[in-house]
Design a protein around this ligand. Sequence first.
Ligand code: HEM
Length: 419
Amino acid sequence: MSANAAAFDPFGEDYQADPPASLRWSRDEEPVFYSPSLGYWVVTRYDDVKAVFRDNVTFSPSIALEKITPVSEEATATLAKYGYAMNRTLVNEDEPEHMPRRRVLMEPFTPEQLAHHEPMVRRLVREYVDRFVDAGKADLVDELLWEVPLTVALHFLGVPEEDMATLRKYSIAHTVNTWGRPSPEQQVEVAENVGRFWQYAGTVLDKLRKDPSGHGWMPYSIRAQREHPDVITDSYLHSMMMAGIVAAHETTANAAANAIKLLLENREVWEEICADPGLIPGAVEECLRHSGSVAAWRRLVTRDTTIGGVPVPRGAKLLIVNSSANRDERHFDDPDEVDIRRDNATDHLTFGYGSHQCLGRNLARMELQVFLEELTRRLPHLELVPGQKFSYVPNTSFRGPEHLWVHWDPAANPERKDP
Ligand code: HEM
C-alpha cells in the first residue's frame, strides 16, 4: 500500500476542503486504491467511475445509504426507540426489483410534468430575493438557497410544508448519519434527530394515505401501490418518504450554493452570464461538473473483478469519487478551469450514470437555472464578502458551503434605475 493510500482520510481537512484536488495524486498514480482508515476501495478516474456506475450487477448500489461510520450501541438503541427502519428506496435497490419500481414511478419526472413546476419556482425565488434585494448584504444559503429547494422538494413530493428549521436540522442529521464520521457523543444526538425524522416521515405518509388524491410524487406512489403492491411496498414508501426529502432538497440547495460561489469567484464568467443569460444553461452544467454537490457515491462488489486493471475482491466496498472523475484531465481538457462553453460538460458524473442515474436531475437543473437567471438580472453587481471562511458539514458525499455571504450596493440595483 502506498503512503498516500495509507494517509487518505475523507474526513480530514484536505478532502473536506476540496475533494477532487485532494485526490489528484490518486488520479495520477494510483487510481484505484484501498483505504484502511475507511475500509473502502477508492476509485477516482473518469473511465473507472463510469464503468462502476454502468454495471449495477457487479457493483451493487445496496450500500448507497448505509452508515459509513460504524454506529455505537447507544446510537443504535436510540434509533430503535423510534422504530427506525430505513430500507430500500430506489437508489440502493438491486435488480430485478429496482427497474420495475423505477418505471412505475417515473412519470412525474418527465419534462412535460416538470414544466408545470417552473412558474412556482420562479415566483418563490422572486419572493425570497424581494426580501433582501435592498439590504446590501445577505447569507444566500440562509436567506434563499436552503429554503427554496426545500419548498420545491416538498411541493414536488406532495408533502405539506412544515417547519423549515426543523426539517433543516433533520436533513443535516441524515447526512451526518449516512456519510459522516460523528463522535460517539454526537452519534446519539444525530440518532435522536434521524429517529424523529423517520417518525415525521411516517406521520406524513399516514396522512397522505388517508387522501392520496393530491398532486405530488408521494401521493402518486401511494396510488401506484394499489396497482403494484409487490413493486411499491410499505417499507419502500416509508423509506422514500424520508430519503426523498433529502434527495430532492439538500442536493439541490448545495448545488446552487456551489454554483454561485464558483461563478462569483470567476468574476469574468459571472459577468458574461449577466450580459447574456442564454449562457446560463451551459454555466449550470459546468458548475455541476466542476463543483457538484454529490462528491462521492458507494457500491458493493458482488464478485471478484477488476477495476482499471486492479483486482478487487467480492465483498469490497467502493467509494466512487465522481467529483474526482469530473476533474480528470483524461476526459476533460483543463478540468480545473470554469469553461461555460465546454462541449462535453454534460458528461459529468454528478448525477451518477446508468440505470440509477438521478431521476430528479432536470428538476435540479431547472431550479439552478432560475436561481442564476433571477440573481444575474436583479443583482449583477453581487460580490462575495471577502475574507470569509467556508465551512462544510463533514462527510464524504453531500457537499456545499454552510453559509455564503455576499454584498452589493443597493443604490446600484438595476430595478431602482429601471423599475
Ligand atoms: C439518484 C445526485 C437532485 C431524486 C441520485 C444519484 C446521485 C444523485 C449521485 C445516484 C445515481 C447513481 O447511483 O447512479 C443528485 C444531485 C442533485 C439531485 C447532485 C442536485 C443537483 C435530485 C432531485 C430529486 C432527486 C431534485 C427529486 C426530485 C433522485 C432519485 C434517485 C436519485 C429518486 C434514485 C434513482 C434510482 O436509483 O433509480 N441523485 N440528485 N435527485 N436522485 Fe438525485
